[in-house]
Design a protein around this ligand. Structure first.
Ligand code: ATP
Length: 236
């Protein structure tokens, strides 16, 4: 499968001098990689630091090109997009307006094309193009957030707990969309609490605990591993 690769070495990040992530190495290959771990493990901190929203130490590169620390705009220009936890939509703006904001860095000639593509990929949003984002259902809002991230034309998409608060059917629909996006050659790095469904969707996984990687492997192997079955799926 074609797609971008991310390489991370010795990443450290945190808040006010407190290190949440400590010397983390990560290789994100084409396809879908999921990061699992308990609350407070540092999953969101990891994604934010890779997206340039939080300063970090260590090296990160996308397809061999270094990603600078703390420079979100440069990261977007390099082909990274992040769907943040909680979606961060503009509730008083329409679906279309929210989507257009995702393409703010793109040349004007590409914006219309990307919007048309977003509506092809997310027919449910096309039907509701003029609706205020704040009046959409939780699942629909998450779709707007993903579609908006895709409007920047990323090669590498990061998703922070996309299934949070969604009904099971909506989770399935969303994960199917994520699979489709990966099938289009966009590499996906996703944080999820929904361990079973995430590992059934992903190609590979990492388990993060207290800022360190404690397990890694292909998704199917992890799903049947003792560490996942006992600590995350509650299977003895
Ligand atoms: P969750 O699954 O609960 O979202 P997480 O693995 O994503 O957890 P992070 O959100 O990365 O974890 O948080 C890791 C640690 O950093 C936590 O102890 C948290 O309290 C702390 N933290 C997060 N954001 C801040 C902040 N803005 N200022 C200070 N500490 C923070």
């Amino acid at each position: 499968m074609s797609g971008s690769q991310m390489r991370v070495r010795g990443l450290a990040a945190g808040y006010h001098g407190f290190e949440v992530i400590k010397g983390l190495d990560l290789d994100v290959l084409p396809g879908i990689t999921v990061v699992l771990g308990p609350n407070g493990a540092g999953k969101t901190t990891l994604l934010k630091s890779l997206a340039g929203l939080l300063p970090r130490a260590g090296e990160a590169s996308l397809d061999g090109v270094a990603l600078p620390s703390g420079q979100a705009t440069t990261c977007v220009r390099s082909g990274l997009a992040l769907v943040a936890e909680g979606r961060q939509l503009f509730p008083q703006m329409s679906v279309t307006e929210n989507l257009e904001l995702g393409a703010w860095l793109a040349p004007a000639r590409l914006r219309g094309e990307r919007l048309a593509r977003a509506f092809d990929d997310f027919p449910r949003l096309k039907e509701r193009a003029g609706q205020l984002a704040g009046t959409m259902s939780g699942g629909e809002q998450q779709m707007v957030a993903v579609a908006r991230a895709m409007m920047s034309g990323p090669r590498f998409l990061m998703l922070d707990e996309p299934s949070l608060g969604l009904a099971p059917r909506m989770v399935d629909e969303l994960l199917a969309i994520v699979r489709r996006i990966a099938g289009q050659g966009v590499t996906v790095l996703m944080v999820e609490q929904n361990v079973r469904k995430a590992l059934q969707t992903a190609d590979r996984g990492y388990v993060l605990e207290r800022g360190r990687i404690v397990a890694a492997g292909d998704a199917r192997t992890l799903l049947h591993s003792d560490v996942i079955r006992q600590a995350y799926l509650g299977v003895a």
